[in-house]
Ligand binder design. Sequence first.
Ligand SMILES: O=C(O)CC1=CCC(=O)O1
Length: 92
Amino acid sequence: MLFLARMDVTFPESMSDETKAEFMAREKEYSGNLQRTGKMRDIWRVVGEYSNYSVYDVADNDELHAILSGFPMYPYMKIKVTPLAQHPNAIK
Ligand SMILES: O=C(O)CC1=CCC(=O)O1
């Protein structure tokens, strides 16, 4: 099953730059592992925002929830998930 997720990240004003850098490093490692295993098919930055769109290829809703809630930045994310289906006009 394919899902599109939009993630908007908001860190607390009080968070130090060092802590933010630690979150970013952990996020990069977690995200890289998902991409290497094919669970995350794609990730794109939203221009001008601390947000991304990412596509997940997972067995079911429960697997997606486990993946999303495992992101180190999860406590600081607002996530909107959209299930995807084949488009009849797609040529690939
Ligand atoms: O958009 C970000 O920088 C946060 C994030 C979520 C998954 C990822 O790889 O980065």
